[in-house]
Design a protein around this ligand. Structure first.
Ligand code: GLN
Length: 448
């Protein structure tokens, strides 16, 4: 049914870079055989999952949305997709994304943009826009994304679905093409809170193959998603994230969600996080710095594209010039500059200090409340092309999501209706301390 749906709508949504049709059917038949034979079935037996094209998947192309990885088929499997396969999930295809996960609209993909299923002239958000669009368009019930600076929550918000950035380290980064290693967090998309929780639980947990993986039990997210009880819960509204610059319909729905939570017995107060306003500039030093280092491995020798002849240096230069898009080059230059010996203290070092101040803001807030809430993004989905030539306007899409990445916290976006002025989906962001991912699902289930 999902393959038929993909055949019917993906020509216009363009969520997928690769559809794993034959193999997906074979996997589904294998589940049928096991069921008929009475063999044990995994938690996601037979459930199709769309996979952002930066998870290494044996036998399936993995491009990371970049021409530099065109034609690369990984010889190994990411831990997260391995866990899904072990749970019986069917990997139905690889989804479009901003190149190397750099962007908020999928327009930076080397393979053309994806479209928002609610209105095809709008972006589906990004960088995990293909995954969000696939779930919103009923091409898959579940999808995987990664959130380095909002790339699960923002597309979930503008596509009207649920998307979670789990606690950093709660999910293995092994086999996930690296963007900014101290921030990259794999996470789930679903159309309901419980769906997202089921995927969250299956994909998570300690992995000795990732040195930043946390050796702690997976928070009880499924249990929390089933209950959605917020009576007595202390909820803080981040004072800095509302008002000027926020679309009116985004604020209308946000205010209604607050009223709903209060009517369900939550105690809602305002909490100030004064350093959150520096999160965006700090992120745009830290993430490009890490990216400039991580992307050094694409040298025209090891993976995918190789262009130019002559010396190794020439091959490297020509391959990188041809293979990387404009945004990736901008980030590499920005990061290389910020890390250079003369500017390290002024830029990268300062940004890391700001990161500490943001962590302290969260610690202070979570000494007063159990969760924080805000809009996930200041506006609903924008037009394709509208911000393509203006990186600063594009970066603003992640204003509210980035603090949780810098702190390594857990956060979710859950749909709360549409904006009256444009009929496009609006989300609510809920943020929790590290390893308190279950709180996200409790609150999300209450407002769903
Ligand atoms: N939009 C942000 C960026 O371009 C976040 C991307 C992400 O979370 N992968 O860096």
């Amino acid at each position: 049914a999902h393959l038929d749906r993909i055949a019917a709508v993906d020509g216009s949504v363009k969520a997928f870079l690769h559809v794993n049709a034959e193999d997906a059917l074979a996997q589904a038949r294998e589940v049928d055989r096991k069921r008929a034979a009475g063999e044990p079935l995994g938690a996601l037996a037979g459930v199709p999952v769309a996979v952002k094209d930066l998870f290494a998947t044996i036998g399936l192309p993995t491009t990371c949305g970049s021409k530099i990885l065109d034609g690369w088929v990984p010889p190994y499997e990411s831990t997260v997709t391995r866990r899904l396969r072990d749970a019986g999930a069917v990997l139905i295809g690889k989804t479009n994304m901003d190149e190397f996960a750099m962007g908020s609209s999928t327009e930076n993909s080397g393979y053309g943009p994806s479209h928002n299923p609610w209105n095809l002239s709008k972006v589906p958000g990004g960088s995990s826009g293909g995954s969000a669009a696939a779930v919103a368009a009923y091409e898959a019930p579940l999808a995987l994304g990664t959130d380095t600076g909002g790339s699960i929550r923002q597309p979930a918000a503008v596509c009207g679905i649920v998307g979670t950035k789990p606690t950093y380290g709660g999910n293995s980064r092994y086999g996930v093409v690296a963007f900014a290693s101290s921030l990259d967090t794999p996470g789930p998309f679903g159309r309901t809170v419980l769906d997202a929780a089921l995927l969250h639980e299956v994909m998570s947990g300690h992995d000795p193959m990732d040195s930043t993986s946390i050796d702690a039990p997976v928070p009880p997210v499924v249990e929390a998603a089933r209950h959605g009880d917020v009576a007595g819960l202390r909820i803080g509204i981040v004072s800095e994230f509302s008002g000027d610059g926020y679309q009116s319909g985004v604020m209308t729905r946000f205010t209604e969600a607050v009223e709903l939570l209060e009517s369900l017995g939550a105690k809602v107060t305002e909490v100030s996080c004064p350093h959150f306003k520096y999160a965006l500039p700090a992120y745009y030093l830290i993430a490009p710095s890490e990216a400039s280092s991580n992307l050094a491995r694409f040298d025209g020798m090891r993976y995918g594209l190789r262009a130019g002849g002559g010396s190794a240096e020439e091959v490297m230069a020509v391959t990188r010039a041809q293979g990387f898009g404009a945004e990736v080059k901008r980030r590499i230059m920005l990061g290389t500059y910020a890390l250079s010996s003369g500017y390290y203290d002024a830029y990268y070092g300062k940004a890391q200090q700001v990161r500490t101040l943001i962590i302290r803001d969260f610690q202070n807030a979570f000494s007063q409340v159990d969760v924080l809430i805000s809009p996930p993004t200041p506006t609903t989905a924008f037009d394709i092309g509208e911000r393509a030539d203006d990186p600063m306007a594009m970066y603003l899409a992640d204003l509210c999501t980035i603090p949780s990445n810098l702190a390594g916290n857990a956060a979710i976006s859950v749909p709360i209706g549409v904006a009256p002025e444009d009929g496009l989906p609006v989300g609510l962001q809920i943020m929790a301390p590290p390893l308190a991912d279950d709180r996200l699902y409790r609150v999300a289930a209450a407002v769903e």
